[in-house]
Design a protein around this ligand. Structure first.
Ligand code: ATP
Ligand code: MG
Length: 163
């Protein structure tokens, strides 16, 4: 199913603003629709978890940003927060089921540690992947989804490739 990733991100952003008014959210996208073959509910679940994580790990008032970018055959959604970050030695393991950084400190935040494991398998099921870059003050989760050829700006349409 083809869906507009920009529209999907806007809907996730609206829901985030309603449920987390304590975290100002900025969304940056191009003006064009970004058509991706995806299951909207599943990708929405991924975005919701990444946005919730960003809010949970930053103090009230701290902005969160979302960006949609098209780059070399892929659509990227980048979610950035200004929280404490994820130490390098934990960056792979946060995608493991039930793994939570500093369990003692984060127990009161109530998560199960499943969100990123589920998000990663959902994104992989779309032929994509999730990338993580994090240092204190800047954590970026990037959801990378393969673009439909037909959705690539300037790609030849079928009527022109047909012989
Ligand atoms: P759940 O999503 O199942 O409710 P959770 O949020 O704890 O629980 P994950 O989303 O899988 O689980 O995240 C795993 C762990 O990775 C978190 O417990 C936290 O330690 C760390 N983490 C995730 N996102 C961030 C972030 N943006 N900043 C800092 N740490 C993070
Ligand atoms: Mg989570």
């Amino acid at each position: 199913e083809d869906a507009d990733l920009v529209e999907l991100v806007q809907h996730a952003a609206d829901a985030f603003r309603a449920s987390r008014p304590d975290h100002p959210l900025t969304v940056t996208t191009g003006t064009e629709a970004v058509k991706v073959r995806l299951d909207p509910q599943r990708v929405r679940q991924v975005l919701d978890n990444l946005l919730a994580n960003a809010a949970v790990h930053t103090p009230p008032g701290t902005p969160v940003s979302v960006e949609v970018v098209v780059a070399s055959g892929a659509a990227l959604v980048r979610i950035t927060d200004a929280g404490p970050g994820i130490p390098p030695e934990d960056q792979e393991r946060v995608f493991d089921r039930f793994y939570r950084v500093d369990e003692g400190r984060s127990r009161d935040r109530g998560g199960s540690g499943l969100g990123l494991a589920v998000a990663q398998s959902l994104v992989r099921a779309h032929g994509g992947r999730i990338e993580l870059n994090s240092e204190p003050g800047a954590t970026v989760f990037t959801v990378r989804l393969p673009l439909d050829e037909a959705g690539l700006p300037g790609a030849p349409g079928p009527e022109r490739t047909a012989v």
